[in-house]
Design a protein around this ligand. Structure first.
Ligand SMILES: NC(=O)c1ccc[n+]([C@@H]2O[C@H](COP(=O)([O-])OP(=O)(O)OC[C@H]3O[C@@H](n4cnc5c(N)ncnc54)[C@H](O)[C@@H]3O)[C@@H](O)[C@H]2O)c1
Length: 322
């Protein structure tokens, strides 16, 4: 494939913004960025000649005229848009499910219209097996049952779309992401930004589930996305449907929510004030990452402490506190 056009949905979000920037810096591909809202994180990308931004609500096909009017060819849809965030998923599970499903169906329409290949960012939530109901995100929830319902509907929405992609015959790559973190992450409910926000605004952090977990730096995740995109462009795959996990199966010295909370307080030079709401969920994240381990997952080095420090600086500098 030459002269590659990539539509990135959710391009205003944490990963969408990072991958758009990486592609613009490292390739000549045209990047068409679609999101319901963009913030200052991606403003500098407007300087690139091969970057176009479209403010559209992907639940609403009436908004699609801007795409039809402006984009003649889409080779790859990198589909990241999703009404996620642990808070959304947990507090508005039905809306999250319905809107997520609408977005996915509409993206499928686009792929059919443009004969595009799809890369879909799914979630580790789809595994959800056995006694493991939670990826033990840092949640503010009324009860564990609500969490199960909310996270369950999110997992279902993701898994359902994976299946639809498989049936569609469209060339599809599923990337199941496991706790991708970075300094410019501000998705509500994700552990690091939420803890920083709570420590600064409330002076206390509540931990729900303190089991082990594993983090993947957005910088490493993006490199894996890039390799996948290159392999699709170079037509390296024999089949038209594939699943890869993007995560970090290596142990990190910072594993638990408590570790993170302690670093947040230390870096902010605030007195430590930590509460527990333990729902006793146990899981083995490494085993789940390795279930669909892939050749792209070679280098997952991460320094979580640095990411927490950089995230604090980013939150204070951009006043991104919610
Ligand atoms: N970050 C992670 O660790 C992680 C883990 C599992 C799955 N994922 C998946 O990766 C994708 C990107 O995640 P992220 O961390 O960048 O999240 P994010 O919330 O920062 O980005 C999602 C983007 O989707 C956009 N969006 C939501 N509804 C929309 C709509 N109706 N129309 C247009 N845009 C809409 C949002 O505005 C947001 O910018 C998501 O699909 C998410 O489910 C991420």
């Amino acid at each position: 494939m030459n002269d590659i056009n990539i539509l990135v949905t959710g391009a205003g979000g944490f990963i969408g913004n990072n991958i758009s920037r990486y592609l613009l810096q490292n390739t000549k591909h045209k990047i068409y960025a679609a999101d319901i809202k963009f913030d200052e994180r991606s403003d500098d990308l407007l300087d690139y000649m091969n970057y176009r931004r479209y403010d559209i609500d992907l639940t609403n096909t009436d908004d699609f005229f801007v795409i039809y009017d402006n984009i003649k060819k889409i080779d790859i849809i990198l589909h990241l848009a999703s009404p996620i965030g642990v808070n959304n998923v947990t507090n508005n599970p039905s809306d999250t499910f319905v809107n997520g499903t609408l977005i996915n169906n509409n993206v499928l329409l686009l792929a059919h219209k443009y004969n595009s290949k799809i890369i879909f960012t799914s979630s580790s939530e789809v595994y959800g097996e056995g006694k493991i109901y939670s990826t033990e995100e840092y949640l503010k929830i009324p009860s564990a049952n609500t969490e199960i319902f909310g996270r369950g509907s999110y997992a279902l929405q993701k898994l359902n779309f994976e299946y639809q992609l498989k049936l569609s015959g469209i060339d599809s790559t599923i990337l199941r992401l496991f706790n991708v973190v970075g300094k410019d992450q501000n998705t509500p409910g994700m552990i690091i930004p939420t803890m920083i926000n709570d420590a600064i605004t409330k002076g206390s952090i509540t931990i729900i589930n303190n089991g082990t977990r594993s983090y993947c730096s957005v910088k490493e995740a993006i490199k894996q996305f890039y390799e996948v995109i290159n392999d699709i462009i170079e037509e390296k795959f024999n089949d038209n449907f594939r699943i890869f996990n993007i995560g970090n199966p290596n142990n990190s010295n910072i594993k638990s929510a408590l570790d993170i909370a302690e670093i947040v307080f230390k870096e902010l030079k605030l007195p430590v004030d930590i509460h527990y709401e333990n729902t006793n969920n146990e899981f083995n994240i490494t085993a789940r990452i390795l279930r669909d381990h892939n050749k792209y997952n070679n280098n997952c080095e991460i320094n979580v402490e640095n990411i927490i420090k950089e995230s604090i600086d980013f939150s204070l500098a951009t006043n991104k506190l919610k």
